[in-house]
Ligand binder design. Structure first.
Ligand code: ATP
Ligand code: MG
Length: 216
């Protein structure tokens, strides 16, 4: 569903991605590992349109997306989370989920949308937190909320940046369940994570990055 060919990214004269070739198939969970600074988040920023590649091609379902805005890329089916969460902390948990849905931010929510929000809240085990401010729930719950936003957004390729970094044991297992449910529902997951138990329990394929190159 996603094919990258010889993708390079430089910031001024510093080369961060050095010829990435990647082919992601539908319904598979891929885990990207690599040292700090090896270029993992930069690769996610390129795929999701937050950065433009310096050269190379990126094709989603046969369509070149290397020069497409993040919003349009999202509408074509790529959703993402951020390493630094980026939730709307002054909005409630429910409102964050609603805002991630198509037209959820600007239109008055329909009955169907409200039901869908409730379903997503259940899926990420936050149904008891729906009316709390996103900035006031625990860090692990915030991580779950970012995954809920990703589900609500209805993309079919999900880029998830370090889902379990720094979280407690209870939420760790909840996040494993959420990602396994994503796979069951036919999503393709491309995640960055280092935690060995998490990588073992969730991954179909592990991809290793070293200094801006995929080495296996
Ligand atoms: N917008 C930018 N401008 C300049 N340099 C950048 C920019 N974004 C990333 N870099 C640099 O690119 C390199 C790779 O950063 P990146 O965030 O992709 O690494 P990472 O593999 O995700 O690391 P970590 O495991 O710490 O999250 C780093 O040296 C970083 O400083
Ligand atoms: Mg990173």
């Amino acid at each position: 569903m996603l094919i990258l060919k010889n993708v390079h990214k430089s910031f001024d004269s510093v080369s961060v991605l050095n010829g990435i070739n990647l082919h992601l198939e539908r319904g598979v969970v891929y885990t990207l590992r690599g040292d700090n600074g090896s270029g993992k988040t930069t690769l996610f920023n390129i795929i999701s349109g937050f950065l433009r590649p310096t050269s190379g091609t990126i094709c989603l379902k046969g369509k070149e997306i290397g020069n497409t805005s993040p919003y349009q890329i999202n509408r074509l089916g790529i959703g993402r989370t951020f390493q630094d969460l980026r939730l709307a902390t002054q909005m409630t948990v429910r409102e964050n989920i609603l805002a991630a849905m198509e037209n959820g931010l600007f239109a008055f929510p329909s009955k169907t949308q409200k039901e869908r929000v409730d379903k997503v809240l259940e899926q990420v085990a936050l149904d008891g937190k729906a009316d709390e401010l996103a900035g006031e729930i625990s860090y692990g719950q915030q991580k779950l909320l970012t995954l809920g936003c990703c589900i609500a957004n209805n993309a079919d390729l999900l880029l998830i940046d370090e889902p379990v970094a720094g979280i407690d044991k209870t939420n760790f297992f909840k996040i494993i369940n959420v990602v396994m449910e994503m796979k069951k529902s036919g999503k393709t997951v491309f995640q960055i994570e280092h935690h060995p138990d998490y990588v073992r329990d969730t991954s179909d394929t592990v991809v290793i990055m070293e200094r801006g190159r995929i080495v296996c």
